[in-house]
Design a protein around this ligand. Structure first.
Ligand SMILES: [Zn+2]
Length: 346
């Protein structure tokens, strides 16, 4: 079955450095890993340049700061009220914030990375991954905590001349969508639908492992306008790291899964949404980069043939809004259908 509308590939990256996991890992390890993560940014930008792939960099807002200070009571970010509070992290959310400068703590600040992204040849999108990596979808996240966090993210971006339009929820925990809409964000990356719905954690973990090992085709996901003007663009391919048990998953599985996702998007006119945090490249970096390159090379060929578009989250959301307004998908070239039949192969 073919579709006259090209498929769409979206790539979104969660840039969080030390902010993503300070509740799970000792700080020295986290800071060491963040410095490793920093080293992947330039090669990634070069890779995107090579295949002309614009991506959405979902950046933790605090990383956009040059520096910050504690107040005289020792409180970090006292203007951000209230700080998020969760029973599973019974401390001030910003207790580990070093409150210094990017030079002194490059795991906690990264305005330099934002500049690198903005100066890349390809025009990338800078989106938001919240301000302090708080969990919006957690039942304990109050509307006022989410509002304060989102406000801080928008302000940090505005000081860099950036208007945030796309959002990636920390830990993919979706919540407070009304706030996103209120502040004019147009899209977010929803969680990948599970292979099978089950409550057993170990069973789910095993399924996810097998899903990656066997390179099953990424789940069929569709963009959905969940509130007027706010689109959910679910992820459907997490480019997994090569650490722990995941070392056993050959690179070929990651690549095949990507190609299957692209092929399916081309066949159906649907979405292939690849995502990962750059620290996933910390282990076996060379092989991971070459795996990504093989996926991008395939996407590049599909785009050359007019079968695939490669868009940032916001470009895709704007395209969907336009198509909705026009009342049709709009991509009707009959030649495309013939090409699709002839060229789909992995
Ligand atoms: Zn701070």
């Amino acid at each position: 079955m073919t579709n006259s509308k090209p498929g769409t590939m979206v790539v979104s990256l969660d840039l969080e450095l030390a902010w993503g996991r300070f509740d799970h890992h000792p700080l020295p390890i986290l800071e060491h890993e963040s410095l490793q993560e920093r080293k992947h940014i330039t090669p990634l930008l070069e890779l995107f340049d090579r295949y002309d792939i614009p991506v959405t960099w979902a950046v933790v807002g605090h990383l956009m700061l040059e520096k910050c200070l504690r107040n005289r009571h020792g409180i970090a970010h006292p203007d951000l009220i209230p700080h998020a509070y969760y029973s599973w992290f019974p401390l001030d959310w910003y207790c580990f914030d070093p409150c210094t400068t990017v030079d002194a703590a490059p795991a906690w600040y990264a305005p330099d990375i934002v500049e690198w992204i903005r100066h890349a040849r390809v025009r990338h999108e800078i989106g938001s991954h919240s301000f302090g990596h708080i969990c919006y979808g957690d039942p304990e996240c109050t509307p006022s905590a989410a509002l304060a966090d989102l406000n801080a993210a928008l302000e940090a971006a505005a000081r860099q001349g950036i208007v945030l339009k796309s959002f990636v929820f920390p830990r993919n925990q979706v919540g407070h969508l009304d706030l996103l809409k209120h502040f004019g964000l147009r899209s977010y990356r929803g969680a990948e639908p599970p292979l099978i719905r089950a409550d057993n954690r170990l069973f789910n973990k095993t399924l996810r492992y097998l899903d990656q090992l066997l390179a099953l085709r990424p789940r069929d996901v569709r963009a959905e306008e969940v509130l007027p003007g706010l689109w959910n663009l679910p992820g459907n391919h997490f480019f997994i790291a090569r650490d722990g048990m995941r070392r056993m998953i050959p690179m070929a599985s990651r690549v095949l899964k990507g190609k299957r996702g692209i092929t399916h998007a081309v066949k159906t006119g649907g979405l292939y949404h690849l995502w990962f945090p750059p620290f996933n490249l910390n282990k076996d970096t060379e092989a991971m980069m070459s795996g990504l390159a093989r996926i991008f090379e395939y996407a590049y060929r599909m785009r050359e043939q007019g079968l695939l578009e490669i868009l940032t989250m916001d470009d895709y959301a704007r395209q969907l809004a336009r198509e909705k307004q026009e009342g049709s998908p709009g991509m009707e070239e009959s030649l495309l259908e013939q090409q699709t039949e002839a060229q789909l192969s992995v």
